[in-house]
Design a protein around this ligand. Structure first.
Ligand code: ADP
Ligand code: MG
Length: 151
C-alpha cells in the first residue's frame, strides 16, 4: 500500500522523528524512499539584499551560495541515507519554496505516502509555538497523496 514513500527533511530533530516512522514502514511493505531537501529560495532573496548592500556581484555571489547550500544538503543527506538500509533510496535536492517542491516531487515520483515532521527548524531557529509548521500545513492542505505528519 505504501510501496514508495516521500520523506521531505529540513534535517531538524522533528524531521528525524518522522524518519523513525519511515524506517518502521518497512513492515508495511515500503520498498523505496525518496529523500528530499529543499534549499529555501527565500534565503537567497534575503542574502541578495545583503550582497547588493555590500556592493558585490549579486549573480556571482548567489551562485556561490547556491552551490554551497546544495553541497551541504548532499552531505547532510548521506547521514539520512545511511539509516535507510534495506530500502531503495533516491536523494533529491531542490531550490525553491519547500511545500511547493514537496508537492511537485510527490507527483513526479508518484509516491504512495508523504511522511514529514509537524514542525521544523529554519533560519530563525526551531519553534513549537504553532500547532503545525507552515510547510506541513501547506502540504496537508494541497497534497493529492496521503500525508503522515509526525508530532
Ligand atoms: N526545506 C525543506 N525541505 C524539505 N522538507 C522540509 C523543509 N522544511 C520543512 N520540511 C519538512 O516539513 C516538516 C515541518 O516543517 P515546517 O512546516 O517548515 O515547520 P516550521 O514552520 O516550524 O519550520 C519538517 O519536519 C520536514 O519534514
Ligand atoms: Mg520550516
Amino acid at each position: 500500500m505504501f510501496r514508495k514513500v516521500l520523506f521531505p527533511t529540513d534535517f531538524s530533530e522533528f524531521a528525524n522523528k518522522a524518519l523513525e516512522y519511515v524506517k518502521k514502514l518497512k513492515e508495511a511493505g515500503t520498498e523505496e524512499v525518496v529523500v528530499l531537501h529543499v534549499v529555501e529560495q527565500s534565503y537567497f532573496d534575503a542574502y541578495e539584499e545583503a550582497f547588493a548592500w555590500a556592493g558585490k556581484n549579486i549573480e556571482e555571489e548567489t551562485e556561490k551560495l547556491d552551490e554551497k547550500l546544495v553541497e551541504k544538503a548532499k552531505k547532510d543527506m548521506e547521514k539520512i541515507v545511511s539509516q535507510l538500509e534495506g530500502f531503495r533510496v533516491k536523494e533529491v535536492v531542490k531550490i525553491g519554496n519547500p511545500w511547493e517542491e514537496i508537492l511537485k516531487v510527490a507527483e513526479s515520483e508518484d509516491v504512495s505516502l508523504i511522511v514529514m515532521g509537524s514542525h521544523g527548524c529554519g533560519r530563525l531557529g526551531c519553534t513549537l509555538e504553532k500547532l503545525i509548521g507552515s510547510t506541513a500545513e501547506n502540504v496537508v492542505r494541497h497534497a493529492k497523496k496521503p500525508v503522515l505528519v509526525v508530532r
